[in-house]
Design a protein around this ligand. Structure first.
Ligand code: 0A1
Ligand code: ZN
Length: 879
């Protein structure tokens, strides 16, 4: 697996598979010191293959080959070639049965790809190329087969044996062992294969589908987690109903299973009928999970469930098409979350992630199109671009077509391609065919990387009563892509009059009944739109709902932003105006003298938000969050991280001092004594109170401290307990901080998901996340290099959120990260490659930082035996 020059795979080289697999019969013998996998493949040559006589080649990785037989005859070593990553059999007939026996070592599998052990249970992760770590197989998504799986294991240690589909047979074997056989009637690519064996408790529920079929719902968790399943189960049922109602998609098998495992590289996996989850993305109780965690779990459960159609029934032809399933499914899960809670808040959260992290990716060395043209290691392409930008692309199709035609398009897509492995182009074609719209230029969104910039200017002619808006689009160069063509961009806008009302948008198309909002379509480098009968100079509300993943520049005055903050009929743009105002204020203070005045409009605007309970509290809670340091850094050229940190802290201090009374009043006004509920209003209430607390403690307010200590002690839920803990950790009250951190750990030390939060709160804070303290956390009894969640919550959070410390002028943060990446690369290359991300942005920073970041990347590059995963990220970043 380890190589110094990994090869690059190109989309242009795609060829249909030479061989197809009709049926896979697997038998797993699971033991403590390894597993024997017997595989029987019913194969035939693909009539569409360009090579009709070629050798059979099967992928493999870290396998010990025990035997090979063709149509029942054992092959000797002269008849096949075991190259480690390939098993080659030169001479095979047109149709045949191949039997392969391999030996693998799940207990030594620290990469967590293929079959491995986590907390004593066996589990699998096969996407993207993990199945080849189990047995030799054509490991590519366009080879779809029917699977039958028999699992044999010790009955007392592994009473639960699971795989995809329906259990068709079970029984006892000699030596205290037993077996269960599973059959999945739906053909699937091997990346959707799953197996679980362990001592787990089963939680059951059921769901009656729209056509009246009864589905068994089962969750499997370790006994200590049996009280943390209810929220995921409820989320699952809501998802199943929603997919029927909104997309007309009914579940197809008789059983749907969810399993929670502690050691997992990603969030969760949509294996057919047997979704496997990272424990932190599925287990929740009021005592142990924050509101944010509850919402995240609902979204991820929905995401994995929705994949049953967008991903499993219709899958990807090759891994370049990954966004076919991921972009579409993220779009579907965000529609779902929007319907379950506050649509505006959900949109704000999605856009915040996109603008902070995806825009950064799109502007960095790993920038790639939604449909990449090449990769070295596919695991590196499970990116924000594939997922989040991919979802935005689907969202734009939805905006352009409208909900009815979009639904017609998705119906056609599912009907036309059910059981197939297809491309993003097939998706767009279905949307075109169903709607009659031409999306040829729109396809550039899949091909061109980089975030388009819209430069907007306007002109009001009082005499003529016309308002002209000029929009120019430019798409920056990205690695390997220059001189891009203009893209097709849906651009939603409104115009506000002096009282803050939407003006009718009358254009030359002679609309008598002029709408208050329009979606303009940009297709050229420059467009000028003229609005008529405009009685006064309007304030434009641009890119409403963030109708496209682009950057907008327009010379708003602070006065206009404050006006939009309180009047825009579009909630998203109200929030966005607040963000822009705060960004403008903070940016103007970066590097400014300490006595520089802080914009009084900001204080006035925040006071208004805090003191008017008639406003939408969910939106207010979001509006009171200052733009993050990461976002401010993303927006700046050659950012000075320390100066940005200081400017932001200064604004926070100023706001907290000026608004002290309002904060206390806001804290007291919100009643959180009732039953814990997960409604948007209740969530907003807790969020507002915790923001008030955080601000008060930011200025070391004594009264705030008492409130926080009291809240910490009395809290009946994790949101409030964590809110108080975080506020105290970030305050100057060192003794209280140490006390609550200790008390928190004592109370929850046996709950890994809570301990992860405890790690994160410390590693994200400059007060408790100095490098020495981070090293102490890594030496803590609860830290575990083999558990990705622990690594992320300490090292990942430090480098991604504790930015002033990570970017220390002496480069110590960078060297620290390089050391940890190098160490982790030996055991878990996927996670190691993800940890490198903060260093990849070195070119964005001034040389005092950039050079040291580059040196840290070089340090990683020079490590012996670098994995393909880390190799790709490091070499592309240094190119
Ligand atoms: N397909 C899963 C997430 C996932 C992504 C990458 C993996 O390995 C490289 C594994 C799982 C999802 O979208 O939920
Ligand atoms: Zn997904």
């Amino acid at each position: 697996m380890r190589t110094n020059q990994p090869k690059t795979t190109y989309l242009k080289d795609y060829r249909v598979p030479d061989f197809l697999v009709d049926h896979v019969d697997l038998r797993f013998e699971l033991y403590e010191d390894g597993a024997r996998v017997h595989s029987t493949l019913s194969m035939r040559r693909n009539p569409e293959s360009v090579d009709s006589r070629g050798a059979l080649e099967l992928d493999g990785d870290s396998l010990k080959l025990e035997s090979v037989a063709l149509d029942g005859d054992a092959l000797d070593t002269a008849q096949y070639e075991d190259l480690g990553d390939l098993l080659v059999i030169a001479d095979v007939p047109d149709a045949f049965e191949l039997q392969v026996v391999t030996w693998i070592e799940p207990h030594n599998n620290t990469r967590l790809e293929g079959l491995y052990k986590s907390s004593g249970m066996f589990c699998t992760q096969c996407e993207a190329e993990g199945f080849r770590c189990i047995t030799f197989f054509p490991d590519r998504p366009d080879v779809m087969a029917r699977f039958r799986t028999r699992i044999e294991a010790d009955k007392s240690s592994y009473p639960i044996l699971l795989s995809n589909g329906n259990d068709i047979e079970r029984g006892d074997l000699a030596d205290g062992r037993h077996f269960v056989t599973w059959e999945d009637p739906f053909p699937k690519p091997c990346y959707l294969f799953a197996l679980v064996a362990g001592d787990l408790v089963e939680k059951r529920d059921n769901f009656s589908t729209i056509s009246g079929r009864d589905i068994d719902l089962r969750m499997y968790v370790e006994p200590r987690n049996s009280e943390k399943c209810e929220h995921a189960m409820d989320s699952l049922k809501r998802s199943m109903r929603w997919d029927e109602e909104v997309y007309g998609r009914e579940y197809d098998l008789d059983i749907f299973m969810i399993v929670a495992v502690d050691d997992f590289n990603m969030g969760a996996m949509e294996n057919k009928g047997l979704n496997i989850f990272n424990s932190s993305c599925v287990l929740a109780s009021q005592e142990t999970a924050t509101d944010l965690a509850f919402q995240r779990i609902e979204a991820i459960v929905a995401h994995e469930y929705f994949h049953n159609w967008s991903g499993n029934r219709v899958t990807c032809r090759d891994w370049f098409q990954l966004s076919l399933k991921e972009g579409f499914t993220v779009f579907r899960d965000s529609q779902f979350s929007s319907d379950m809670g506050s649509p505006t808040v959900k949109r704000i959260e999605d856009v915040t992630l996109l603008r902070t992290a995806q825009f950064a990716e799109d502007g960095g060395p790993m920038a790639h199109p939604v449909r990449p043209a090449s990769y070295m290691e596919i695991s590196n392409f499970y990116t924000l671009t594939i997922y989040e930008k991919g979802a935005e692309v689907v969202r734009m199709i939805h905006t352009l077509l409208g909900p009815e035609l979009f639904r017609k398009g998705s119906d056609l897509y599912f009907e036309r391609h059910d059981g197939q492995a297809v491309t993003t182009d097939d998706f767009v074609k279905a949307m075109e065919d169903a709607s009659g719209r031409d999306l040829s230029q729109f396809r550039l969104w899949y091909e061109q990387a980089g975030t388009p910039v819209l430069n907007i200017s306007d002109r009001y002619d009082e005499q003529a009563g016309t308002y002209n808006l000029t929009v120019e689009q430019a798409i920056p160069d990205t690695p390997g892509q220059e001189d891009k063509r203009p893209q097709h961009i849906p651009f939603a806008l409104g115009l506000l009059d002096g009282s803050g009302n939407d003006m009718p948008l009358k254009m030359a198309d002679g609309d008598d009944d002029a709408p208050a909002e329009r979606v303009l379509e940009l297709t050229e480098t420059s467009h000028t739109f003229e609005f008529n009968d405009v009685s006064e100079r309007p304030v434009p509300s641009l890119l409403r709902q963030f109708s496209a993943p682009v950057r907008v520049t327009y010379p708003w005055t602070r006065e206009q932003l404050q006006f939009l903050m309180s009047h825009d009929s579009d909630g998203f743009n109200r929030w966005d105006a607040g963000q822009r105002l705060a960004v403008d204020v903070i940016s103007s203070l970066v590097g400014a003298p300490d006595k520089a005045e802080i914009e009084p409009r900001l204080v006035a605007a925040y006071r208004h938000l805090m003191s008017d309970p008639s406003l939408d509290q969910a939106l207010v809670a979001k509006m009171l969050q200052l733009p993050s340091e990461a976002y401010l850094i993303e927006l700046a050229d050659s950012p000075d991280v320390q100066a940005i940190h200081r400017a932001r802290e200064r604004v926070l201090t100023h706001l907290a001092i000026s608004l002290r009374e309002d904060l206390l009043a806001c804290y007291r006004r919100i009643d959180c004594t009732g039953v814990y509920e997960l409604t948007p209003v209740a969530i907003a209430g807790r969020s507002l109170r915790n923001t008030a607390l955080a601000w008060l403690l930011h200025i070391d307010d004594e009264e705030g401290r008492d409130l926080a200590v009291n809240q910490f002690r009395e809290a009946d839920n994790m949101t409030d307990r964590m809110g108080a803990l975080r506020a105290l950790v970030n305050s100057g009250f060192a003794a209280d901080r140490d006390q609550v951190l200790e008390a928190f750990y004592q109370q929850f030390s046996d709950d890994p998901q809570v301990v992860e939060q405890w790690f994160s709160v410390q590693s994200s804070s400059p007060a408790t996340g100095g490098l020495d303290q981070i090293r102490q956390l890594m030496a803590h009894e609860a830290f575990d290099w083999k558990n990705p969640n622990k690594v992320r919550s300490v090292i990942g959070v430090f480098a991604g959120q504790n930015l002033a410390t990570f970017h220390a002028a002496d480069g110590s943060g960078y060297r620290f990260l390089a050391d940890q990446v190098s160490r982790l690369d030996d055991s878990n290359p996927q996670i190691a490659a993800r940890l490198v991300t903060p260093l990849t942005r070195w070119k964005k920073f001034a040389p005092v930082h950039g050079d040291q970041m580059k040196a840290a990347l070089e340090q990683i590059r020079d490590k012996q035996g670098l994995s393909r995963d880390v190799y790709e990220v490091v070499h592309k970043s240094l190119a």
